[in-house]
Write a protein that binds this ligand. Structure first.
Ligand code: FAD
Length: 375
């Protein structure tokens, strides 16, 4: 049976698919979005909910992140979801960490300022003051609740725009303007966009096979409720995090920090561990994370990784109850160089997959940029 024809069909109801559906709907296009699960349940619901522009390298990608930020704030202003302008603090508990933060702040490319140890503790009750030397405040970070965000955006698009959403709808073919599902339904669309997250097998596997995309697994923890803070406490990142984000790569002082960690705690490099904390309105704190790639990815989570993350968290964060209420992992696709992998198949389908660890931060801005080029 051939159903309606659409201007755009988007495959995947995670944040990337939703970003494309929204950007197409903003251009008055008639959009179909197909998601195989009853609700998004991939990386887009398993993350910290950190919109994190300060992690992007200065220049074009930082600007894309700031454009994303504007779009998140627009969703907040339209009461689609609660968007907290919480900011962030990178903590320094060692002199080499402080050196990187000071060098980074001196570059003058970001909306940041150095804080003393006392100022840092005044801004967040979750900071461990032992051996604290200071922090780097950044204005630009936002917090959303990833567990509800995708569903809320989907419901809002369905209500306010020309977006038809079908869940429990597994797409098995998407090319040459035609989409087919596992239960035999088909649709036609002028433009098809595949946003299949970490599924690099179901649609256009030959394109993915040469894409350079790698899968990455992250383990995460959620604490029991802490003393609540009604003031939207900032996200916290540890000194270990300076090894993780590209924005710090230009700091010459980073090298000695990397060397110290490699010598003192090689297990952290082995599992790609750095620690961050985000406190939600109910007082629970999401803690993470680790990074295991491709063939190292097991369906089973390693207790050793959770224990290492908690060891590092206790050094830099202060929780009044360290009981862990939930543990889970998420998997995303990541390109070693590109902010997202984009390709067009011979049949005209757009592939838009793999914003890596920055999909919540970048997807709106990247989709907006793509649609400016396409229209
Ligand atoms: C633990 C963790 C923490 C993270 N923290 C952050 C953070 O704080 N800030 C940040 O910016 N980023 C963060 N990220 C990264 C971010 O979550 C991802 O980059 C982003 O969610 C990827 O979105 P996506 O839509 O590509 O993938 P997904 O959310 O996985 O969505 C893809 C969807 O496509 C559907 N699908 C696939 N194939 C088909 C098909 N054939 N038919 C129908 N549907 C299909 C899947 O069911 C899925 O729902 C984190 C990631 C993880 C795993």
């Amino acid at each position: 049976m051939m159903a309606d024809a659409y201007d755009v069909a988007v495959i995947g109801g995670g944040i990337v698919g939703l970003a494309h559906a929204w950007m197409a709907a903003r251009r008055q296009l008639k959009v179909l979005l197909l998601e195989r699960s009853p609700a998004a349940c991939g990386a887009s619901v398993r993350n910290f909910g950190m919109i994190w522009p300060v992690g992007q390298p200065a220049g074009e990608l930082y600007n894309v992140a700031l454009r994303s930020r504007e779009l998140w704030l627009e969703l907040g202003a339209q009461h689609v979801l609660d968007v907290k302008t919480c900011g962030s603090i990178h903590l320094a508990h060692a002199t080499d960490e402080l050196a990187v933060l000071e060098e980074f702040a001196a570059l003058g490319q970001y909306q940041v300022q150095m804080l003393t140890a006392a100022e840092t503790q005044r801004r967040s009750g979750l900071v461990n003051g032992d051996r604290l030397l200071g922090g780097l405040w950044s204005d630009t970070e936002l917090r959303v609740d990833p567990r509800t965000t995708s569903a809320r955006i989907a419901a809002w698009l369905r209500k306010t725009s020309q977006v038809d959403l079908h869940f429990n709808t597994h797409v098995v073919a998407a090319d040459k303007g035609r989409v087919q599902t596992s239960d035999g339904r088909t649709w036609r669309a002028e433009k098809i966009i595949v946003c299949s997250g970490s599924d690099l097998q179901s649609l256009h596997p030959a394109v993915f096979a040469t894409s350079g995309l790698k899968l990455c697994k992250l383990q995460m923890l959620r604490s029991t409720s802490q003393a609540q803070d009604a003031t939207a406490p900032p996200h916290l990142a540890s000194g270990l995090t300076l090894r993780h984000y590209n924005s710090f790569r230009g700091c010459s002082s980073l090298r000695s920090l990397q060397q110290r960690i490699a010598a003192e705690a090689p297990e952290l490099d082995r599992y790609g561990i750095h620690v961050m904390a985000s406190q939600f309105a109910n007082g629970e704190v999401v803690l993470g994370d680790s990074h295991e790639y491709d063939t190292d990815i097991s369906p089973f989570d390693r207790t050793e990784i959770d224990d290492l993350m908690l060891r590092e968290c206790r050094k830099v964060f202060s929780l009044n109850d360290w009981t862990i209420r939930e543990r889970w992992h998420g998997i995303y696709a990541k390109h070693p160089e590109l902010p997202v992998f984009e390709a067009t198949t011979a049949g005209g389908t757009e592939i838009f997959v793999g914003p890596g660890g920055a999909g919540m931060t970048m997807s709106f801005g990247l989709a907006d940029r793509a649609w400016q080029q396409w229209t």
